[in-house]
Design a protein. Structure first.
Length: 165
């Protein structure tokens, strides 16, 4: 499901909020970005079109969008809180335990898990946000090399003849 600007407008209206030019601009920045943005990054991008928008406004607006479900706050370990526009009902991240790098997972891999869950536990409009953790390839390679170095040292020690007392 792709949320359109029209949809966002309608939703704001339904909930009794006016869609001010500033709100529109902040939402557009989030919807046009395909990455997670921190509050400061959002501010920077909004200020490119309107230098008079301040941090407090961006913060309040993003809070509002998060409350009504247009935007999700992403808290991943090792990262500051970031925000992104909600584009679909399932959204998954992989976070490396070593370097905290983050990648988005292809939700097609999990198929229609959110729909099946909706059916099974009888809930509606369920969103699914999985966080998978592990080691990225770079961190893994580095750990393998460290392992080899450590095991080498251990092997040297244990290869000495046992001391009998
Ligand atoms: Zn890593
Ligand atoms: Zn994300």
């Amino acid at each position: 499901m792709q949320l359109t600007f029209q949809f966002s407008d309608d939703l704001l209206h339904q909930l009794g909020y006016r869609n001010t030019p500033q709100r529109y601009m902040i939402l557009r920045v989030l919807q046009e970005s395909h990455e997670h943005l921190s509050i400061n990054q959002i501010l920077e991008r909004v200020q490119q079109s309107n230098p008079y928008v301040n941090l407090a406004t961006v913060y309040r607006t993003v809070e509002l969008f998060t409350e009504i479900g247009l935007v999700r706050a992403v808290h991943l370990s090792g990262h500051q809180t970031c925000y992104e526009a909600v584009q679909e009902q399932s959204h998954h991240h992989f976070v490396c335990r070593g370097c905290h790098s983050m990648v988005h997972l292809d939700s097609a891999l999990l198929g229609k898990l959110h729909e099946r869950l909706e059916e099974q536990i009888q809930v509606h409009n369920l969103t699914l946000e999985l966080v998978a953790t592990g080691y990225c390839d770079a961190c893994w390679q580095m750990m393998q090399q460290q392992d080899v170095a450590t095991n080498g040292a251990v092997a040297e020690v244990t290869s000495k003849p046992p001391v009998h007392l």
